[in-house]
Structures are given as C-alpha cells and as structure tokens.
Design a binder for this molecule. Structure first.
Ligand SMILES: [Zn+2]
Length: 264
C-alpha cells in the first residue's frame, strides 16, 4: 500500500491505496487562490485568510476529489478526544454556517455525500473506512490526541454506533511531521509512555539533546490494537516538505492548513 500524488489544473493532492473504494483526499498547499502566508490552497477557516478565498479553495479541492463543497462538515479541533457522530443536520457547518460544537477532534458518519474534514499542519490526520458497514471516520491527532488514543476511540465509536469491526476498517495516516523533525522535551515521551507503556518505546528516541517521537507510527500502533490491519502511512514530513505542506513548527503558526477529507 502507498500514497499517490495527483495533479489537476495545478491543484496537487494525495490519495491512499487503503481507501480505494471511497472518495477521499489529502490536500497540499498547491492549487488555490489565497495570498501569503496562506498561499495558496488554504482550507483552514479562522486563520486570518479571507473567508471567500477559503470557500473558493474548498470548491477547487472538492471538484478534484468529486465532493460537494456545500456539504462539508468541519471539525473543531482543540487537541482533545471527542468524537462526533455526524448527521445530515451538520451539513455545511464550519464553512457556510456556524459550528454549534466546541470540541470535535474526530468525526464518524454513515450518511452518503457528507464529507468529513479534519485539519493538519504537522499534526496527524487520519481517515477511516469500513466498506462492510458503509461507514467513515476522520481524526486529528497531535501529540496530545495521540497520547489520548483518539484514533482508537474513533474506531470504538464506529463499532458502537455502526456495528463495525476493527478488522474491516481501513486506515490512512496522512502527511504530518515525522520523527526527523518532531523534537520534544520530556513531556511528550512521558504522556506517550503513560498511555501505551513500553509499547511506545520503539517510537521514541533520544538524540543526546532532544527526544524525537514518531506519532504516525504510534497512531498505527493504536489502530493495530483495535484489530485494524490495513494501515497506510504517508512517509512525507510536513516540516521537511514545506514546498508541499504547511508546518506549524516551521512557520511559527503564521500559515494556512491542509485537510484530510472523506465522503461516502
Ligand atoms: Zn522532517
């Protein structure tokens, strides 16, 4: 399994073999209309970019991945572990009308044509698909969400709400900061060891000055613990590849955001 890059009228996005059979895409910063520092395909709302530009970027990206921009449901990410069961009443929330939720780092859904959108600019963005029950999920996991096991909680919510089984769920972990660039102090390893015990050890290293944590590998570990076996991990690092992605760390927060989007 691997990720593939696509280009359409200058707009570049990625797809994953693990999610063949369901519409999805991981955006890059290329192919939109926004001015610096949101240049150009900024899909993040409330980052200082003009809303009209962001909406036009959604139209372009949704055209590329064959979804309806008017129907997108946006997360409200606060580095917690709440999972929202998205219904047709949520259509358009976050982009065309207000979100009436304040903490949504993960979403699950069984409704056709209701695209789920999570944001990243170093954090993990993870898409889930169960072709047996016809169900999807989208998760944002920075180091706090990773330590909270939010992706495991999303799988459990799909099992509880939709009757999914972990073994039927396919997962794709999109572009995000790699262990190469994710330097931390002791707080991150401490939280990861608290959550996972010695299972976290292979994914945390010490370079003599800082710790490095491989959050993509740790989220893959959470998924395996749920019985998920089809897991595609994007090797691209958002901090190494600033030509393709925004990195929160590299930009100091003065940036746009890329998304992971999925729709039945
Ligand atoms: Zn890197």
């Amino acid at each position: 399994m691997s990720f593939h890059s696509h280009e359409q009228n200058g707009l570049v996005y990625l797809t994953s073999d693990a999610l063949s059979g369901v519409r999805h895409g991981f955006s890059t910063r290329q192919g939109g209309v926004s001015a610096p520092p949101w240049d150009t395909l900024n899909l993040g709302v409330g980052r200082g970019d003009a809303l009209a530009s962001v909406q036009e970027n959604y139209r372009r990206f949704c055209a590329a991945v064959d979804m309806d921009a008017r129907s997108c449901v946006l997360s409200k990410q606060v580095h917690e572990d709440k999972i929202r069961l998205v219904t047709p009443e949520d259509r358009g929330k976050g982009l065309w009308r207000d979100r009436d939720y304040t903490s949504v780092d993960g979403m699950i859904c069984q409704t056709p044509d209701l695209p789920l959108v999570v944001f990243g600019a170093d954090c993990n963005v993870i898409l889930l698909y169960d072709g047996v029950q016809g169900a999807i999920g989208a998760v944002h996991a920075g180091w706090r969400g990773t330590a909270l096991g939010i992706v495991k909680k999303a799988v459990e919510a799909m099992e509880r709400e939709f009757g999914c089984e972990g073994g039927d769920i396919h997962a794709a972990i999109g572009p995000s900061i790699g262990a190469c660039c994710f330097e931390t102090d002791g707080d991150v390893p401490h939280a990861l060891y608290e959550a996972l015990g010695e299972d976290a050890a292979p994914f945390i290293t010490w370079d003599g000055w800082k710790y490095h944590a491989d959050l993509k590998a740790i989220n893959a570990l959470w998924l395996r613990q749920c019985g998920v076996t089809e897991i595609d991990v994007c090797p691209l690092c958002t901090s190494c590849r600033t030509d393709l992605f925004w990195s929160h760390r590299k930009t100091g927060g003065n940036r746009g955001a890329q998304v992971a989007m999925i729709s039945l």
